[in-house]
Design a protein around this ligand. Sequence first.
Ligand SMILES: [Fe+2]
Ligand SMILES: [Fe+2]
Length: 188
Amino acid sequence: MLFQSVCITSISAMTLSPKLTKLLNEQINNEMASSYVYLGMAAWFEQTPYSGFAQWMFAQSREETMHALKFYQYVVDRDAKVELQPIAKPKSNFKSPLDVFEHSLKQEQTVTQQINDLFEVAEQVKDHASKNLLLWFLNEQMEEEKTVRDMLDRLKLAGNDPASLLVLDREAGSRKGVGAGADAAAGA
Ligand SMILES: [Fe+2]
Ligand SMILES: [Fe+2]
């Protein structure tokens, strides 16, 4: 009898809860939407002289796709069902590089909140494997928010000075993992 109840406990502990499954599926979509938001930003920069910022946003878009695929693989590995949803149309017009990066920071803060909420649910249902995955994402979010905030601070200092903006653009284009093409993104 005791053996049976231990088995039942361990089997149920290994199954992804329906609530967590639903939220993880939503997060696949959130990350794909994020990828699309960054691709929209890259496309906007492509119409400006700022090719470095365009490369930055393109690389960021690929990184968000990798995040979506990490959640996808996790749901598959937990033997739960992946259900893909439509991706919302991203914003396509911006006022300035500063405006783009302000949207980027808001985007990252939204995703951090989503992952925080997911972590809370994983904690409620005592799903430690999910908590472990989500901790990785929370650290990633902290880094991404910091990187965007650093660039935002410098863009604010540069103001409307074209020479300063072009220096930042060049710096953005030389950021690690940016401009190295598909191989760098695939290995990220
Ligand atoms: Fe992400
Ligand atoms: Fe991100």
